[in-house]
Design a protein around this ligand. Structure first.
Ligand code: B1M
Length: 209
């Protein structure tokens, strides 16, 4: 089995303690950081499918998520460059009712390396908390909202609408996460949508430039 296949298998199996070492070995073998990340994202897809079919349950999903996070820690310095520009502050969080943070963390990482200062509010973030963060931080140019559950799409809508109705100015809102679409983003009044972390960074730059 190739090292990258081993990383994939161990993320699926939720072997968090082994992942950092395996990811390093995969890098030492000459695999690109982006390919290893892609393999781990595929693992999460497999885990999600097995959850859907009842072949594994929430604790196993959680272990797989922990394993992936350990792998991302090793890759982070390789995936992000030194940012040279200053595009202001990006406030990011996963919307209220939603505890998924791996995708949000990847987006935060890419947005930071694109030249933003990132203020990460974490998960289960209410509209009020997003608004307070815009008020409390200097030069907020972007608010980034992540959501992975169809059941929290109304919270996404409520958050975007509350931000827009707050009277606060000077920032754009970008949304993303597996169940969202460009059409949904436009419908709820967001300024931008991105399907993945890489394109979120590109879109973020475009929105504030
Ligand atoms: Co949950 N979960 N989960 N889960 N989970 C999903 C999302 C699910 C698709 C699994 C499935 O059924 N196949 C399903 C949602 C179905 C739906 O609503 N359509 C689901 C469910 C049902 C649930 C619970 C309700 C299960 C239960 O309790 N019965 C529960 C909800 C808890 C809650 O949030 N209130 C739950 C819980 C959990 C865990 C806590 C156990 C764990 C999360 C741990 C953590 O995040 N720290 C978990 C996990 C791990 C998953 C899966 C398996 C993996 C998610 C992940 O990290 N993917 C997931 C299945 C799947 O994704 N196929 C699943 C990897 C990550 C890199 O991708 O997050 O999509 P993703 O991010 C991408 C893009 O979406 C995008 O860029 C990222 C990187 O390129 N993106 C943005 C994300 N945010 C963005 C923001 C942007 C732009 C792009 O701009 C701002």
């Amino acid at each position: 089995m190739s090292k990258i296949a081993e990383v994939k298998a161990k993320v699926e199996a939720g072997k968090a303690k082994l992942i950092a070492g395996l990811v390093q070995e995969a890098l030492d073998e000459g695999n690109a950081a982006g390919d290893i990340l892609e393999a781990m994202i595929e693992s999460m897809g497999v885990v999600g499918d097995k959850f859907s079919t009842g072949d594994l349950f929430v604790p196993e999903m959680l272990m797989a998520a922990k394993a992936m996070s350990k792998g991302v820690e090793v890759l982070k310095p390789l995936l992000t460059g030194e940012s040279t520009s200053s595009l202001g502050t990006c406030v990011i969080g996963t919307v209220e009712g939603d505890l998924h943070d791996i995708g949000k963390n990847l987006v935060a990482m890419m947005i930071e390396s694109a030249g933003f200062k990132v203020v990460d509010l974490g998960v289960d973030v209410s509209a009020e908390k997003f608004i307070n963060a815009v008020k409390d931080n200097e030069n907020v140019t972007l608010v980034a909202c992540s959501g992975l559950l169809t059941s929290t799409m109304p919270a996404m809508k409520g958050t975007v609408q509350a931000l827009k109705a707050s009277g606060l100015k000077g920032f754009k809102v970008i949304v993303g996460g597996a169940p969202l679409t460009e059409a949904f983003a436009a419908e709820v009044g967001a300024d931008g949508f991105a399907p993945d972390a890489g394109s979120a960074a590109v879109k973020a730059k475009e929105l504030v430039s």
